[in-house]
Design a protein around this ligand. Structure first.
Ligand SMILES: Nc1ncnc2c1ncn2[C@@H]1O[C@H](COP(=O)(O)OP(=O)(O)OP(=O)(O)O)[C@@H](O)[C@H]1O
Ligand SMILES: Cc1ncc(C[n+]2csc(CCO)c2C)c(N)n1
Length: 319
């Protein structure tokens, strides 16, 4: 099959034959979580740079978790507005707690935020948060530990300080009789754009979770982009025309995890057919964009990281 790239007009209507099987996702759904009881805003340790959108996002998510020093960033976000700070207490702070400032720890513990220490240096604070997320929504054992009064913050809620969350997470997975597993949407802030090793770790977690805990749908929102994993198979990405015009800019189809074959796209400015893409060859579809007026169809043989440029100033209107 020959590789092709077809340049489209800026606005084209795409058609999909009824015989084409695909999953459909709405791009806005990665960001907005109206009435979703299984949604998490995960605050990592970088300045919260998405100013006006942040407070709106806060209200849209069921629970909010700070990874260690992420709690400092949340605390600092409110500057000297004590009233607003008090109205925005996270549900959990998790990590080895080496980055958490003493005054921030004292403030949040005084205000009854659950702070769980996990000291292992063989997982990142990000991974510790993922274990917690899974347990929060899916483990009765974890719920019981937290609600047992004698298990307070002083004894780490009865959770082994080294790696209790990892152990509980593994135990839950190994159970013969599975507790109900819910799909959980996690929007992470602050995992990209900073230190390069941390950024690559964040990207690797998109791949890892899609295999190890596929019920967790992880995405990252940065000051410039929404970053998701586009799994192998066929996906129809939907968006309203208004949202596309206001908020969406460039997109990239990025074979970061492994070389990929993109079988077909419909609705990109530069559509491709049987296209082999990889980092070492440098053949990437970057600076592409949506041209489909009614959506964009992407059929890929291998997982891709997909970034969508988002105009954050205009995003607030949609939150
Ligand atoms: N500079 C950064 N760039 C991108 N992500 C970051 C950065 N710093 C922290 N993070 C994310 O926030 C999480 C919590 O940050 P924190 O600095 O408290 O963690 P850490 O695991 O102790 O990191 P370190 O590698 O510095 O020991 C990290 O696990 C990582 O996911
Ligand atoms: C091969 C290897 N490389 C690095 C680390 C260090 N490390 C990995 S995660 C983590 C926690 C960060 O908060 C630390 C210190 C290791 N253990 N093993």
């Amino acid at each position: 099959m020959t590789e092709q790239c077809i340049e489209n007009d800026d606005n084209v209507e795409i058609t999909l034959e009824n015989t084409i099987k695909h999953r459909t996702v709405n791009i806005q759904d990665y960001i907005t979580q109206y009435n979703n009881d299984y949604s998490v805003l995960l605050i990592l340790n970088q300045e919260i740079a998405i100013r006006e959108a942040f407070l709106k996002l806060w209200d849209l998510y069921k629970i909010r978790i700070c990874a260690d020093g992420g709690a400092n960033r949340l605390y600092d976000f409110f500057e000297d507005d004590e009233e607003l700070r008090l109205k925005h207490l996270p549900d959990y702070i998790v990590g080895d707690l080496d980055s958490l400032s003493d005054n921030v720890k004292e403030y949040y513990s005084k205000n009854h935020v659950v702070i769980i220490r996990q000291s292992t240096q063989y997982s990142t604070d990000f991974m510790k948060c993922v274990q917690l997320i899974s347990l929060h929504f899916n483990s009765q054992t974890f719920k019981t530990l937290l609600s047992t009064e004698t298990n307070g913050i002083a004894n780490n809620y009865g959770i082994t300080e080294l790696d209790g969350l990892l152990r509980l997470h593994k135990e839950r997975k190994a159970q013969k009789k599975k507790e109900t597993i819910h799909n959980i949407n996690v929007l992470a802030l602050g995992g990209i754009d900073g230190r390069f090793d941390q950024t690559m770790h964040s990207i690797s977690q998109l791949y890892v979770l899609s295999k190890s805990d596929s019920y967790i749908k992880l995405s990252y929102l940065t000051p410039t982009d929404l970053i998701i994993l586009l799994p192998s198979g066929a996906t129809l990405l939907k968006y309203s025309q208004e949202f596309k015009n206001d908020c969406i800019g460039n997109v990239g189809l990025l074979p970061i995890g492994q070389p990929a074959q993109i079988i077909e796209t419909r609705g990109l400015k530069w559509d491709i057919l049987n296209w082999n893409t990889s980092i070492p060859t440098g053949k990437l579809s970057s600076s592409n964009r949506f041209a489909g007026s009614n959506g964009c169809y992407i059929h890929t043989k291998d997982d891709l990281v997909f970034n969508i440029e988002i105009n954050l100033k205009k995003l607030s209107k949609y939150l």
